[in-house]
Design a protein around this ligand. Structure first.
Ligand code: MG
Length: 385
């Protein structure tokens, strides 16, 4: 017998659905009876899930510019999974040009994944594995589906997702607020606009880095963290380290191109502040090769493809003694609220994607004054504005 067949044969069989390996098998299985409240019972959903998608046109208050360029129009994809009882789970896909994604590619991928919607939303692990096996990449689309399934499960059980995971939302660190690349005078104005946020993240990786740091430091004495978005060479980064110290920078994110692990190791060895890998670390498998070369990793749902994978990344990073950061793309409060579910487990939070918008279409997790506040409603707890 081949390994895969052995594994399948060894799994228990569920009396309710006859699926080998169904998580509902054995003692304690909840049976959905006619008349039961759908919010409190029903591991098994009687009807297949249906998917609806809609493109969201988001605008940032200012053009959002980083070392790779910038824009003010950002289109994301709102995914709704609707079950037979009419309950809806929501997720948002924020496509990343850097990873070759567009709203059209997200929608094309969602069409492929929609053929593999689980018969039961509680099969979270199985669903995420099946989507990745069917079509690799397309992490933003898978993240939206993962978020929507978790939202639906939370709503069926009547609890927020973080509560389902046993997390205390009060343990979430404060979020940074990003100051994108701009002319010094405009940067100063942005710093003033960001008055309520106690920690600023500064985008660098240009030939004007010193000028930018000076403009920000002239305007504020707040804690500063720097993200070079792959924009430096090793030589340049080593030259920047004492300058970062001089300006009181406390964290350095992704100074070098993604594959330059040896360069990252050289910088980490010299730096007095934590060096965090972002573009170098997409999923769990990227973590072990970075051990000893950086101090921590930045997890984004749009990179890793879902909440299950985000939890795995946190566990693996912790097992290797790494710091953990959770970040985001430019996305609405829907996507931000999904990412915010893991904030009680991390050291650094950078979830300002919705706070940078002029027209957030959703209400969910907030970062008022930098403090992450998670909704107390079931699932994600997100609603339309
Ligand atoms: Mg980054």
């Amino acid at each position: 017998m081949y390994r895969r067949e052995w594994r399948k044969a060894s799994l228990p069989t569920c009396a309710g659905c006859s699926d080998a390996g169904c998580s509902a098998s054995g003692q304690g299985r909840i049976i959905h009876r006619p008349g039961d409240s759908p919010l409190t019972t029903g591991i098994h959903v009687a009807h297949p899930l249906r998917m609806e998608v809609e493109v969201l046109e988001l605008r940032t208050k200012h053009p959002f510019v980083i070392a790779r360029g910038g824009q003010s129009d950002h289109r994301t994809v709102w995914v709704r999974l609707i079950d037979g009882d009419g309950l809806e789970g929501w997720g948002e896909a924020a496509p990343s040009k850097f990873y070759g994604e567009t709203p059209d590619s997200v929608i094309a991928a969602l069409k492929v994944y929609s053929a593999l919607l689980p018969d039961d939303p509680f099969k979270l692990e199985e669903a995420e594995r099946a989507w990745e096996a069917k079509l690799r990449g397309n992490a933003a689309a898978r993240a939206a589906l993962s978020s929507a399934l978790h939202d639906l499960v939370g709503k069926r059980l009547g609890v927020p997702i973080y509560r389902l995971w046993g997390l205390d939302p009060c343990m979430a660190p404060r979020s940074t607020f990003t100051i994108g690349l701009d002319a010094p005078e405009r940067i100063k104005a942005k710093v003033q606009e960001a008055e309520e946020f106690p920690i600023l993240k500064v985008k660098l990786g240009t030939d004007r880095d010193l000028e930018i740091l000076r403009a920000i430091r002239d305007a504020t004495d707040k804690e500063l963290r720097v993200d070079a978005n792959c924009g430096w060479t090793v030589k340049r980064a080593l030259r920047m380290l004492p300058i970062l110290d001089e300006f009181g920078v406390t964290v350095l994110e992704q100074p070098l191109p993604p594959q330059d692990h040896d360069g990252l190791a050289a910088i980490t060895a010299q730096a007095d502040i934590p060096v965090i890998a972002d573009e170098s670390c997409l999923t769990t498998v990227d973590i072990p090769p970075l051990v000893g070369k950086v101090d921590g990793i930045n997890i984004k749902l749009a990179k890793c493809g879902g909440l299950r994978e985000a939890l795995r990344m946190i566990a693996v990073a912790r097992a290797h003694g790494l710091m953990v950061m959770v970040g985001c793309m430019i996305e609405s409060s829907l996507g931000i609220t999904a990412a915010a579910q893991v904030t009680p487990l991390v050291d650094i939070v950078d979830l300002d994607g919705a706070a940078l918008l002029s027209d957030d279409p959703f209400v969910g997790a907030r970062i008022d004054g930098g403090q992450v506040t998670l909704p107390s409603e079931p699932g994600l707890g997100v609603r339309r504005r």
